[in-house]
Design a protein around this ligand. Structure first.
Ligand code: NIG
Ligand code: FE
Length: 402
């Protein structure tokens, strides 16, 4: 594979140092170089520096002229739900007219309507849907994505969802406890089935397990039973928690040593303090809060208290039909009161940490994977500043430019 020189960049910005996750004031520490180059050797970054310090190079180097563009690390989306059939545009219209997400869910719409469409999609339909969604993410600068199952909730469709995510290059998470499907009378009966009949096979494909701990979904005891069984099968743990109500997700995540607890729109001061004193990452999903008209999560308070945070899209058909991390960075700056530098670290190196890949992903530095987003801007902060704009000019993934 030839080496690739990305030259004449207006700026390169990357989270500083080598540590992960970045927390507290370190979240804003950035390495920032003007008039710069990035040299990739195959799928790895070999060197980064100033153009004027670039020495002589061999003839067989491919050059990418990036005058007028800035570079940030390939973005890492650590929370998406890309494996679904159908859409929820009718429900979106009903919500626009005043119906609430929880009411629609309780009436058998919401997640369960997507379960029906996902079961009907079949293996081929699901694989097509995931690769389509992956392409949307890539165009928006996401070079690594985590993808959750959770719209099949039977053995065949959960497995097909996870395999479709892996085949599309994503990092699969089994969201086996997302909702109780109609063929099971209770949440406990469903979990009996899921843990006995689904977990053994999905554990061979998924890297992590996730649960929706919420009123109307799964309670703390059910979430503990599910997550403990998943941990015993070798999966890392994630939780959807405090989205609508504070239901004990943060203490449970800490008790079980989970990688993250995600959402946190309803988290209060005790939860903030507990998370800040722990190693669990708070994954904030401002596009979901915006899409549902919910309060934003307490991002500033979490960072100021010393917690580790990441930001992600939560891409899904019901609560966040949004694949754009640049838009999430804009929301982070305008709604969560994070600086552009904090937002960048939250969707690169900290998101990579949530996915167990902090040593190789999320920085533009020697040895890291050659995933780079070229922004159509002289200043990298346009990533957050250009609200909803076409800020991504080109994407380099594994040392290959699009
Ligand atoms: O992260 N909260 C639960 N799960 C998804 C939404 C799923 C849906 O509405 O289809 C979320 O927001
Ligand atoms: Fe989610």
């Amino acid at each position: 594979m030839p080496r690739l020189l990305i030259r004449d960049l207006a700026q390169v910005a990357s989270p500083a140092g080598r540590a992960a996750p970045l927390r507290g004031s370190a979240l804003a520490d950035l390495d920032w170089i003007d008039d710069a180059y990035i040299l990739c050797d195959g799928a790895r970054i070999e060197a980064v520096g100033r153009m004027r310090e670039l020495g002589p190079l061999d003839d067989d180097i491919e050059e990418l002229h990036a005058r007028g563009l800035s570079a940030v690390p390939g973005l890492v989306d650590c929370h998406t739900h890309p494996a679904f059939g159908g859409d929820r545009v009718d429900e979106f219209s009903l919500r626009a007219a005043g119906a609430s997400y929880e009411e629609l869910h309780a009436a058998g719409g919401g997640i369960l309507s997507t379960v029906e469409a996902t079961r009907a999609a079949g293996e081929v339909g699901l694989a097509r849907a995931v690769s389509r969604h992956r392409d949307w993410m890539l165009r928006a600068g996401t070079t690594t994505f985590e993808g959750k199952s959770g719209y099949g909730l039977d053995r065949k469709t959960e497995l097909a969802s996870l395999e479709a995510i892996a085949a599309a290059g994503g990092i699969p998470t089994w969201l086996g406890a997302h909702a109780v499907p109609p063929e099971h009378a209770t949440a406990d009966a469903y979990l009996d089935f899921a843990l006995a009949d689904v977990l053994p096979e999905v554990a061979t494909v998924a890297e992590a397990a996730d649960v929706f701990l919420e009123r109307g979904a799964f309670d703390v005891d059910q979430a503990r039973r599910y997550l403990q069984a998943c941990a015993a099968a070798g999966l890392a743990l994630r939780l959807h928690g405090d989205q609508f109500t504070e239901s004990g997700a943060i203490p449970l995540a800490i008790e079980l040593g989970a990688r993250s607890v995600d959402h946190l729109e309803a988290t209060g001061s005790e939860g903030i303090a507990a998370l800040a004193a722990s190693d669990v990452v708070g994954v904030l999903l401002p596009a979901s809060a915006l899409f549902l008209g919910r309060p934003m999560p307490p991002a500033r308070a979490l960072v100021d208290a010393g917690a580790s945070i990441a930001i992600a899209t939560d891409f899904n058909p019901g609560s966040a039909f949004c694949e754009s991390l640049p838009l999430v960075c804009s929301l982070a700056a305008t709604q969560l009161k994070l600086s552009p530098a904090e937002a960048l670290a939250a969707c690169t190196v900290n998101a990579a940490h949530v996915l167990g890949r902090a040593g190789t992903l999320g920085r533009i530095a020697p040895g890291y994977r050659a995933d780079v987003v070229l922004l159509d801007a002289l200043d990298w902060r346009y990533l957050a500043y250009h609200l909803g704009g076409n800020v991504v000019a080109r994407v380099v993934k594994d040392g290959v430019s699009d």
